[in-house]
Design a binder for this molecule. Structure first.
Ligand SMILES: [Zn+2]
Length: 453
């Protein structure tokens, strides 16, 4: 709460809002009648509305009646899969992969990936997501879309061992060419698909590359209890133990799902030499009838659990707001404890824990001086959010992603009063619609991979 050091007009001032702030113990709190000053894409000051009365700004947003939050972070998705939203419903995961998703993905063109990514970015901006961790194919195309649409992203080119060493080499090549692009908004990772599609030698080589180049590794692991049981039967080790023995827990790793993490995995994770984060996407687990991510066990060993949606082919939406509400509800239901996973804890998962999980814990996830200016403004005036007795509960259990009015990344407004400024949704939907019959064709009998986990 200091006077801004820089002179001259600020780039952006948001004033009159209630700002979500973290105290020194990372407790979630709210600053009333707050003002946020942005210069050069960074939060330069967090003060009061009175404190900015005489400060000039290029753009000034009067946010009375709104809450300012750190932008939401989608810690694990496959953004172009929005093109397959609803294509394979009410199925177990084996049939979902083998009969629908992997045959259809053998048809994918770069143009399909681009249109899907654009639609996904539009959906995420509308839902208050400012950063996403994406794991897919043709990622050069996704990187271009991120640059265009103004979002922040951690991107990884996915690979299977069935591609040979070229898959891993292409993932590294992508990561090195794109890291730091889009004015620093793009960070990158190595992206092996999962321990059941990437063999131990390939995982170990990936860990070596991650160490050598200082890259995050983002992969699926322990997606379900059934996978953990199969892994034990086949390899005598859980998926988490495989990550450990191949060196992947000695580098920074983002693990998607972890619903199959079992008690014997906890000391292994606690002893990891690298920074481990878990991405949890509860809607998909409910649909596949999987257990939830063991959030309370992971909290007990200090592992951050970030919020995610996975791809829209399983999750049907990229709504991180919903992932936040479901995390709170599913945790209460499965632990049998109404005191576990309070609204403030859910907001901590949505902010600092998600930022850490995607390797950006020092840059985003908090409204604080020096952090990137990734901010959302949430309308609290609707009948479903009034009156406000407990703002944390209002945000988690009453507000919806549709209440996000304004989305800002690096100080740039990407949505103002619900109007998207960087994506032409109608044009994307029109062209994608023309391409869908060819994309979803499955008569060719090909698939990019076999699910047998
Ligand atoms: Zn996934």
């Amino acid at each position: 709460m200091t006077e801004p050091a820089a002179s001259g007009p600020a780039d952006l001032i948001i004033m009159g809002c209630t700002a979500l702030v973290h105290d020194s113990a990372e407790g979630v709190g709210f600053a009333e009648d707050a003002a946020i000053v942005v210069r050069d894409g960074v939060i330069a000051d967090v003060t009061t509305t009175d404190g900015v009365a005489r400060l000039d700004a290029v753009e000034r947003v009067d946010a009375r009646g709104q809450a300012a939050l750190p932008g939401l972070i989608n810690c694990h998705t496959h953004s172009p899969m929005v093109a397959l939203r609803g294509i394979a419903e009410d199925l177990p995961v084996e049939e979902w992969f083998n009969d629908y998703v992997w045959p259809i993905e053998s048809n994918l063109s770069e143009r399909d990936v681009e249109l899907g990514a654009r639609l996904a970015c539009a959906e995420m901006i509308r839902g208050g997501v400012t950063t996403f961790a994406d794991h897919y194919f043709a990622m050069d195309t996704v990187a271009d879309v991120v640059a265009d649409t103004g979002l922040r992203a951690n991107l990884g080119q996915a690979y299977f061992s069935s591609q040979g060493p070229e898959g891993r080499a292409a993932s590294l090549d992508f990561a090195l060419r794109h890291r730091g692009t889009a004015d620093g908004r793009v960070t990158t990772c190595l992206a092996p698909h999962a321990p059941y599609t990437v063999d131990d030698a390939d995982l170990a080589a990936t860990a070596e590359l991650a160490r050598e180049h200082g890259l995050l590794v983002h992969l699926h692991a322990a997606e379900s209890r059934a996978q953990t049981e199969h892994s034990l039967a086949r390899h005598g080790a859980t998926p988490i133990e495989i990550l450990h023995r191949t060196g992947l827990l000695d580098v920074d790793v983002l693990i998607a799902h972890g619903t199959g993490i079992v008690d014997r995995d906890l000391p292994v994770l606690a002893g990891a030499g690298g920074r481990v984060g878990i991405a949890s996407a509860p809607r998909g687990y409910l649909k596949f009838a999987w257990d939830p991510t063991p959030v309370r066990d992971l909290a007990g060993i200090g592992i951050p659990v970030g919020l995610a949606t996975d791809g829209a082919a399983s999750n049907n939406s990229l709504d991180v707001w919903e992932a936040m509400a479901l995390t709170a509800l599913v945790q209460k239901s499965t632990t049998g404890d109404p005191r576990w996973l309070t609204s403030r804890q859910a907001l901590h998962h949505a902010t600092l824990q998600s930022a850490r999980a995607v390797g950006l814990g020092d840059r985003i996830g908090s409204i604080a001086v020096g952090r990137r200016a990734d901010l959302i403004l949430v309308d609290l005036t609707g009948p479903h959010t009034q009156p406000v007795h407990d703002l944390a509960a209002t945000l988690v259990h009453s507000a919806r992603s549709g209440d996000v009015r304004t989305t800002i990344v690096d100080g740039r407004v990407l949505m103002r009063d619900r109007e998207l400024l960087t994506v032409d949704v109608a044009a994307v939907v029109r062209e994608l619609g023309e391409r869908l019959p060819a994309l979803v064709e499955r008569g060719h009998g090909k698939r990019i991979q076999e699910y047998d986990a």
